[in-house]
Structures are given as C-alpha cells and as structure tokens.
Design a protein around this ligand. Structure first.
Ligand code: PMP
Length: 424
C-alpha cells in the first residue's frame, strides 16, 4: 500500500460490499492499478492556477509564442483543405501516420543530418505521446532509465507512471558528461543491472538550457553502445538555435542505437498535438502496435493541416523569425539577471526556451515560490526536474512567452524576493 495515499481506515470507509476498500471521497479507491501510485499531480499545480492571472509575470510555463503566425492566410488554407480533402481529413487514418506528412518529416529531420525513410517514422500525438509509447514498449516496473540531472518534468512523469527507476547523470555547460555516464552505467553493471535506455535532450535542454557539444555526441553513443543501452534522443528545440547551423542529431550518427523524438510544437504550434518518433525497424513496429492500441491512429485532420502548412507556407522563414524573437527574449532575461540578480548563477542558452538558475547558498526555490507568486512572479522550482525531489537550490525560468519588457519586470520582482530571502 502506498504511503502517499491515506488508507481507508485513515479516512472513512463506506463499508459496503465491493466498495469496502473505498472511501466516501472515492468509492473506487481500492480498485486502482499499482501504476497509478506513480501518477502525482504536481505539488505546485495549485500555485500555477494563481500564476496564470494576468498581473503575474509567469516565467514558469513553456508555452511557445505563436502570436505572429500568418493566421488569416493559414485559416484560408485549412478551409481549402477541408473543402478539397475533407472526407480524408475527417476520416480514420493509418496507425503509423499519414505517408504525406511522414515524408515531410524526413525533410525536417534532414536539417539535422538525419537520412531517414518515411517508413521508419511514427506520427504521435505530440512527442509527449512518443515518450509514453517508448516507455510502454521498453519499461517493466523496476526497470532503470538513465537521464540527465535535471530532466524534463513531463518525461519523468511518464517514467514514474511506468514504475521505472530514474538514475540521474550529471550535466555541465557542455551537456551530459560522458565520463559520468560511463561511471553510472559501469556501476549499474557491477550490480548486475542495465538501464533500458538513456533519456537525453541534447539541444537547448529543458530545463538545463545547455547543449551537448558536437565532440561529446559520438562519445555518448560509444558509451551507450558498449553498455547495451538504447538512446532516447528527445529533440523538440533542435531547430531553434540562435546562431549557426543545427548540430547533427545523434540519430544521424547511430540510427540503429537511437530512438529520436521530434515535434511541431515549437517550430510551428503545439495545438494540433503532432510529434513523431524515428526508430530502428523492429522498435518502430512495436511503437506502431502500441500506438494503435492507445489511440488507433493520430488525428488525420491535424496531420493534414500541418502538412498543408509545411507545403504551402515558408515554414523555414517562420522558424528563422521564431529564432530572432526568442533570442531577443533570451537577451532580455540574461540582461535582467545580470543587472538584478548578481547573487545567483545561471546557464546562458544558445537556443530554446529555458534558463537554469542556481540560488545563493541556503535558499530553497520550492519554499520561496509562494512568496514569489505574492510578489507577482512565477517560476518552476528545480525539484520538479529530479526524480528524487532534490534540486531545491535551482529554479527554471522560461523566456518564451512574456514580452521582453515583462521578462525584465519579472526578473526584477524575482530579485526582490531572492534578496529578501537571503537577508532572512
Ligand atoms: N520533450 C521536451 C524536452 C519538452 O520540452 C516538451 C514540451 N515542453 C515535450 C517533450 C513535449 O512536447 P509535445 O508533446 O508538445 O511535442
């Protein structure tokens, strides 16, 4: 019995028949699967409801800013799509995803050096569903996933739901540290254990803000291969680098060792919920079966709407515009941190949405959050990004959604809270 849940005797049992293990609040309390014990609402969810009020500057969420999309023209294109191909768009489709979109996805991935065949792409309901499918086909309760410290909170939630154990590996300003990965995998091997996969976000890490260097990529692949560990390369931000060309994906270097996840959420818009997985053949077959049992097929309407966007609009120019806009916001945030928060340290991202901040010695980001919200600024405490709940000296700031002037105001408010806290 989970210690997180009150037992029926601790609350009041209904005491009747099949519901005897239930409570007045939830008669089905005793019926849930063991797996649901890993499903926890975020402790900070209630605070975020408050943080969404307009007077609060939220540096917490990861919502992309899509206000400048060519909405009127796109609305016309989608209307044409429904008029011309409506019976296809509104019909069930292939479990693996629309061939037309899978072909376009291979062209998107080519920008990161990946030479893929559309048959090896599985379209998913956001890359979040791809995380779920990969976990579903690889993880039994108690299995190990190795992941960066810190790691994307949404991935940790999936791994927890499949009752996996997450073992964190250190990152530095150049991304995941190869020697640390080798050390962790060797130590697991010495205990007779092997991780099922390495979960990594190599580009513009969420929440770390750092990027795995080109030099480290083949080393990570070599270490994972030597230990027989699959790499799950989660890459929603790869095309959102502020300078230079995108780095080659690890999937381009070792297609047989990597399951690569991509998404249109940040390079176009998240609302259609379309992402994808690129996987070696055998894995791909299992992913399709798992997806069919979960959702039958991804939304045809959403896939064709994205396909229409890719073929009829200059999506690469839009990505360039996103880069310019997010770079300006990153500059606003880094400038404000430098001006107002000299007592903290932080990462300086070359792309993506996030800055990872370390508080002055002795401060606790989770304890501080209610006071920050009272001061009308919100962030995500570092503890959300560690499977073991450590990381209280860190917080994640995102600069993707607020305007530059709001970002500066938010950091100024945050500095007031941090400074007051440091003086306590
Ligand atoms: N992976 C990472 C690292 C993310 O930051 C996100 C979104 N915040 C996702 C996966 C999920 O993205 P989506 O489901 O919208 O494709």
């Amino acid at each position: 019995m989970s210690t997180e849940h009150p037992t029926p005797t601790e609350t009041e049992s209904t005491g009747t028949g099949a519901a005897a293990a239930g409570t007045r609040l939830d008669p089905w309390f005793g019926s849930y699967s063991a797996r649901t014990r890993g499903m926890k609402a975020s402790e900070i969810r209630a605070l975020f409801a408050v943080a969404n009020r307009p007077e609060v500057v939220s540096l917490a969420g990861g919502m992309p800013n899509i206000a400048d999309l060519p909405m009127a023209d796109y609305a016309d294109a989608v209307a044409d799509l429904l008029r011309e191909r409506g019976t296809r768009a509104l019909q069930y489709g292939s479990g693996q995803g629309e061939p037309e979109l899978r072909d376009q996805i291979t062209q998107v991935m080519a920008m990161e050096g990946i030479n893929a065949h559309p048959d090896d792409v599985v379209v998913t309901t956001g890359s979040q569903q791809a995380l779920d499918l990969v976990s579903r086909i690889f993880l039994d309760p108690g299995d190990i996933v190795v992941a960066e410290a810190p790691s994307y909170v949404g991935a940790l939630g999936v791994f927890r739901a499949y009752e996996a154990e997450v073992v964190h590996v250190a990152m530095d300003e150049h991304g995941l540290v190869p020697e640390e990965l080798d050390r962790v995998l060797t130590s697991l091997a010495e205990q007779g254990r092997r991780a099922k996969f390495l979960y990594t976000v190599p580009n513009f890490h969420n929440p770390g803000g750092v990027t795995l260097t080109l030099e480290r990529r083949p080393r990570i692949i070599e270490i994972a291969r030597r230990h027989g560990v699959l790499i799950l390369e989660d890459n929603p931000y790869g095309l959102l680098g502020f300078d230079g060309e995108p780095l080659p994906a690890m999937a381009s270097m070792a297609p047989d060792d990597v399951v690569y996840l991509g998404s249109f959420s940040k390079t176009f818009a998240p609302g259609y919920r379309i992402g994808w997985a690129l996987a070696p053949h055998a894995v791909r077959e299992k992913l399709v079966l798992a997806s069919e049992s979960a959702i039958l097929c991804p939304s045809n309407a959403a896939q064709l709407a994205i396909s229409t966007y890719l073929s009829q609009f200059d999506w690469q120019a839009q990505v360039k515009e996103y880069r310019r806009m997010y770079a300006e916001r990153r500059d606003a945030m880094i400038g404000a941190l430098t001006e107002y928060l000299p007592s903290c340290t932080w990462t300086v991202p070359d792309g993506g949405f996030y800055v990872w901040v370390r508080l002055p010695e002795g401060l606790d980001a989770r304890e501080m959050l209610p006071r920050a919200v009272t001061a009308l600024v919100a962030y995500v405490p570092g503890t959300a990004f560690y499977a073991d709940g450590s990381g209280s000296e860190y917080l994640r700031l995102s600069y993707c959604y607020p305007t530059p002037s709001r970002i500066v105001e938010g950091v100024r408010r945050l500095a007031g809270v941090v400074n007051a806290e440091a003086e306590l």
